[in-house]
Write a protein that binds this ligand. Sequence first.
Ligand SMILES: [Zn+2]
Length: 396
Amino acid sequence: MKLEFLGAAGTVTGSRTLVTVEGQRLLVDCGLFQGYKNLRLMNWEAFAFDPKQLDAVVLTHAHLDHSGALPLLVKQGFSGPVFATPGTIDVCHVLLPDSGRLQEEDAAYANRHQTSKHKPALPLYTEADAERALRRLQALPFEQRVDVAAFLRLRLRPAGHILGASSVELSIDDATVLFSGDLGRPDDSIMRAPAPIEHADHVVVESTYGDRLHEPQSAETVLGDVIKRTAARGGSVVIPAFAVGRAQSLLYAIYRLKTRSEIPDLPVFLNSPMAIDMTKIYHRHRAEHRLSVEECSGLCHVAERLRHPTRDPSSDHERDPRTEGAGEEQLPPVVLDREHVEPHAEDQVHERDRHPDREHDDRAQLRADRRDALERLHVRSPRPRGTRSRRREPCG
Ligand SMILES: [Zn+2]
């Protein structure tokens, strides 16, 4: 058996591990490189293997750093099965087309504003590419075994990270190799604990947060204190949140704080149609998490969707705190905002450690992002002359 780490090595994104046994090839995860431009450029490099020669792919979970290069793989000739849990497949149906759309938007932006040296700038892949990749997905429920090749047997174990997240157990002859995938906490407020692993001969474990400890204080208490403090002085709380996983944890915490009257009954806005789709998927896969039907509905309804004029023209009827005003007659809102999440913040922290000279730029960018977020809510802070709101860097 040969293992080749073709991504998530020296950085935390782009998870791709090639397993070769007796000429059979299985790819564990097919993730996008995210974060700094030097990492994103790696998405444009050819795969280190011929996609046509690959027998199968298995996904540990749907986050794009584990699944986002699947459309590229299919575009370049991979035609085998992609095994994943039903939950992961549902989440991929939301994430991958959205990723393709963003790539197309970035290329269009680069062409419109001539910000790329490539003429024309092309998307890494399109929404249609993503749709084609989705057709390769094959559901493998937790704990069921499947033979993926003559010498390879596969089983997915619950990993408790996000909906559908699994650890991948590979049986090769008489040896067992376990790929942990991203692991959840044993005491997460939403997801059930990861399945205990009784036995493995070799373990390949994710170690992104391996050098950090969780705070002993409850995250819900800390969040409640921040919201109360900010509301008391008439401020707005803007929370950057990944659409899958983090947004739902925050919504659930806010729902619980409100239910127990520990925070005022503030309006809450969610700036991500994708996060709304996600909460529906939580309803569908209730066995995987700890929420009751009532709590699931509470999570779904605690926030209103924030209208997004460029990406979401159909949502005109929905409320927009920018036009309705967030002051005087209304209590200040809490906003969960995908637009201000840098891709893989943890990745940037790692990179910043290695490139201290970039720190100044990053801080300036963070300040600009925060100012943009506040301006959207009519909380003015002066913007220096000659700066414009930041957009994702163009591709191509
Ligand atoms: Zn993940």
